[in-house]
Design a protein around this ligand. Structure first.
Ligand code: F6R
Length: 609
């Protein structure tokens, strides 16, 4: 999930690459590095930590050249040190790599015996040494890369330079994304389009097993077996979104506050009020085709998996279709039971999550129809799906997902209406009601955001807690999981979400006066049961924060704190509870002085499995 940028052309490569890397920092910020080639001189600068450290280093030690490669790292093998930062150099060869080389230890042993000296703990360094070794035997950079790639097991997107062939840049891909932007004789290479789209809109998307050789202002495409192939650029017509904080102290808060508009965007042009239906042409499925699916299967990771869980509650309840919710990294390895009668729905903000993409491919191999729910336009998952429902949340920079999550929930609500209307389980009146409920939602999100001061007070009260529990029942359970994940990832407080009824089967042992328990108690059919669960906590001396619906003055009476969340009906209220829990995690993290946009150890786009 590292970010890669490469450049070959007539400009100074460093600013082009650094601008690209800035757009990719969400892929990892453990370290960054850059290499340029200038008349046979190879210069490398690497720095641990965020990109700003590399920028500083480049000011002190500038470098030049019109060919270059750069990298921003999310550490897998080896700590985030200078030695482990990319680019890696083995003999004459320099590489930047995204992915994981699974057989690197065996290759490293072999190469060490041949006299290669390794200075990093990474899997990636082995690639440079291996290509260098092959160059000695073949005398050709291109052939050396081909031979090396045949020996490598695992996933890679690579940009490769060699001092011995100083007018050439080679790119190869298998399993990790890579795109090439073309502008005349200039070539912009990146792991994601946003890194280079400000330079050109003519893009070539590399497929697995392909490589590109840039030389003398031209490019040649082939398979890694040397079979030449023709590839045509496509014109990318979407505009790069600017990452601006617009007066907010950080991106996370800005993105939390963008949710009313993001929700308006996800429904815009999709509601058919009179028909009590939604217009989701992008599914490419008519009513009869929608009815033909025996089951649905969501595949996703992290926050998107929580959205999928909520989707299960909605679709089973309103459409009466069986739904499985799969963690993508598990699904892909267990010969899943899907067929042509299964509608498989990958959910992904980035559209690049390696496990979700692999799960999609696994399902496709089994003839499943794939409709994804994605935020990033033209991402790998979007491109490889038969249909895509875009969530239109806009650019999400904060590593902790906020507006991407709530727009996923709304997209799932739209899909529910579409499926239910197609199979008749949602009638005209119900469909109209469900659509009408949506119109109030953005204003209710605004109202929920006004709870910020009360939420800050709660965060102050429990700031020294080491642990927290989130409880919810029914459709609130996925939101409890999401609330706990938000808290963990940005404030580093350990938190777990449970179905409220499950607490007495174990987690209740943890309850004491130092443990805040956040109880999601919307005014739905589970309220009475949730109140009992709350009593169980209070009886054991636990600290309770009750998140109730507006107008409910009963539930929170014995709680330590009560938050009143607007009531948007059973199916949409979870969106509002999610917003309140985002603010809660945010306040904890800010009060603790944490970097909410780039929490430690995380990356926005997880392109390694
Ligand atoms: C948490 C978070 C992650 C992502 C997960 C999947 O705030 O953002 O858990 O949800 O890495 O990412 P996408 O949705 O891009 O597939």
């Amino acid at each position: 999930m590292c970010g890669i940028v490469g450049y070959m052309g007539s400009q100074d490569a460093v600013p082009v690459i650094m601008n690209g890397l800035k757009m990719l920092e969400y892929r990892g910020y453990d370290s960054a590095g850059i290499c340029t080639m200038d008349s046979g001189d190879v210069e490398i600068r690497r720095s641990p930590g965020k990109l700003v450290n590399l920028e500083r280093l480049l000011k002190e030690q500038p470098m030049r050249g019109t060919i270059g490669i750069g990298h921003t790292r999310w550490a897998t093998h080896g700590k985030p040190t200078v030695a482990n930062a990319h680019p890696h150099k083995g003999g004459s060869v320099v590489v930047v790599h995204n992915g994981i080389i699974e057989n690197y230890l065996a290759l490293k042993d072999e190469l060490s015996e041949q006299g290669h000296i390794f200075i990093s703990e990474t899997d990636s360094e082995v690639i440079s040494h291996l290509i260098d070794e092959k160059m000695d035997s073949t005398g050709s950079f291109e052939e050396a890369v081909q031979q090396a790639l045949k020996m490598i097991q695992g996933a890679y997107a690579l940009c490769i330079l060699s001092k011995k062939d100083d007018k050439t840049l080679i790119v190869a891909k298998s399993g990790s994304p890579m795109v090439i932007g073309i502008k005349g004789n200039e070539y912009f290479i990146a792991s994601d389009m946003p890194a280079i789209i400000s330079n050109t809109r003519e893009m070539i998307i590399m497929e697995d097993g392909e490589m590109a050789v840039f030389r003398n202002g031209g490019v040649k495409f082939s398979t890694i077996y040397g079979v030449e192939i023709a590839k045509e650029p496509r014109y990318i017509d979407w505009s790069p979104l600017k990452a601006e904080k617009n007066g907010y102290p950080n991106f996370m808060l800005k993105e939390i506050h963008e949710q009313p508009q993001a929700i308006k965007n996800v429904v815009a042009g999709r509601l058919l009020e009179d028909e009590g239906n939604v217009f989701l042409e992008e599914l490419h499925l008519n009513d009869e085709e929608l009815r033909s699916f025996e089951r649905l299967c969501f595949v996703a990771c992290g926050t998107s998996w929580h959205a999928a869980l909520m989707g299960k509650y909605l679709i089973e309840e309103y459409c009466r279709i069986p739904v499985d919710v799969e963690i993508a990294s598990e699904f892909r390895y267990r010969d899943p039971l899907v067929s042509g009668k299964t509608l498989v729905i990958p959910i992904s903000q980035s559209g690049e999550t390696a496990d979700t993409l692999a799960a999609l491919r696994e399902a496709k191999n089994k003839n499943a129809h794939i409709v994804s729910i994605c935020n990033v336009i033209d991402s790998s998952i979007a491109r490889e799906s038969d249909g895509v429902i875009y969530t239109r949340a806009g650019l999400e920079i904060g590593v902790a997902s906020t507006k991407a999550f709530t727009t996923q929930l709304v997209a799932l609500y739209l899909l529910t209406i579409r499926l239910g209307r197609a199979n008749g389980s949602i009638d005209l009146k119900k469909g109209q009601e469900m659509i009408a409920a949506l119109s109030e939602l953005p204003a209710m999100v605004e109202k929920t955001l006004e709870l910020d001061l009360q939420i800050e007070e709660i965060a102050c009260e429990y700031l020294t807690s080491w642990d927290a529990i989130y409880l919810g029942r029914g459709i609130s359970f996925p939101i409890a999981l999401e609330g706990a994940l938000k808290l963990k990832e940005i404030s580093y407080i350990h938190a777990d979400g449970y179905p409220a009824g499950e607490m007495k089967h174990g987690p209740i042992a943890l309850i004491d006066r130092d443990m805040p328990v956040f109880i999601l108690a919307p005014n739905d059919r589970h309220l009475v049961k949730v109140r009992s669960n709350m009593e169980e906590v209070i009886t054991r001396g636990g600290k309770v924060v009750a998140l109730c619906s507006e107008g409910d003055f009963e539930t929170g009476k014995r709680a330590d704190f009560t938050l009143h969340i607007p009531w948007a009906g059973e199916a949409l209220s979870p969106v509002l509870f999610a917003v309140a829990l985002q603010l809660l995690a945010y306040n904890f993290a800010i009060l603790k002085g944490k970097d909410v946009d780039q929490p430690r150890n995380l990356a926005k786009s997880v392109t390694v499995e």
